[in-house]
Every structure is written in C-alpha cells, then in structure tokens.
Design a binder for this molecule. Sequence first.
Ligand SMILES: [Cu+2]
Length: 162
Amino acid sequence: MKKTIVSMVWAASLLLPVSLFADSMAGMNMSSALLAANTITVSQGYVRDVPPGTHNTAMFLMLTNTGKMEQNLIAVVSPISNQTQLHKTIIEKGVSEYSMASMRQVNDIVLPAGKTVAFQPGSYHIMVMDLTGNLTVGQQVPVWLIFADGSHKEIMLPVVKK
Ligand SMILES: [Cu+2]
C-alpha cells in the first residue's frame, strides 16, 4: 500500500518546479532509509532439519528493529516450500493441571522500534508447509521476509539439526 503511495508521490514530483523536486528527492532518500528491509537485522536464523519425506518444518530467527518506527512482518517466502505461515505457539491452561500447546496462524508480527523479536520453539515461528524436497543439514536456504511497507529482505538460513 505504502509503495503505491510512494510511486504516486514520485509521479507527482515530475510535475513540480525544480526546487520542490529537490525537496521531494531528499524525502525519497529518507523514506528509503526508513524501509523495514533496511532497518531490520537478522541473527541466529535456521531451518529445522526433518527426516526425508516429512512435509513440514519450521524456521526460527531473531529479528531486531534498529529503526525508530514500528515495522510489521507480513509474510515469508522460500523455494523449499509451497506454503509458509506465520505461527505462534500458545500454551493453553486446561481445566485440570495439564496445559496444552497449540499453534495459531497470525496475519502479521509487530516488530517494535529498537526491540528484538525472537522466533523460537514455543513462541513465534515460521511454519514451513508442503516442502518441495528433502532438506540436507548445512544446506543454505534462500528466504524472503516481506514487510507491510512493501519492502522485502532476502536472507540465507542454514538447515540445522536440533
Ligand atoms: Cu506452526
């Protein structure tokens, strides 16, 4: 959505006098520095190895928002899978002393400014469904993180046995 607005601003700037054009160029540079793809850093990421023939796995990572604006992760895409979802594991207290862990799909994950959000077992994870092939430990998997502001970040995550 924001990307469309940026393109419209860009198109409008072509019709403006030179001085205003220069101002809007400065604005463009600033907005590019504010894009999620340029302010989110990734660490400790991996794809969990699963036995051959398994259909699903999960990706885990730490996302740090180094910017001053909140960002939203809305989707993840990778060629190892036909479908990925953003999931959160929720521990639900039962009526007895037993609690049950269940996974719930979420539409987006908020990445607060200056904070690190951990995708780890028992919490947020990237659910990888319908694997297109078997995984190999040490294999480097290309992954695209897609943000609500229309920017994306391409990263490589290793397959790790956990
Ligand atoms: Cu899940």
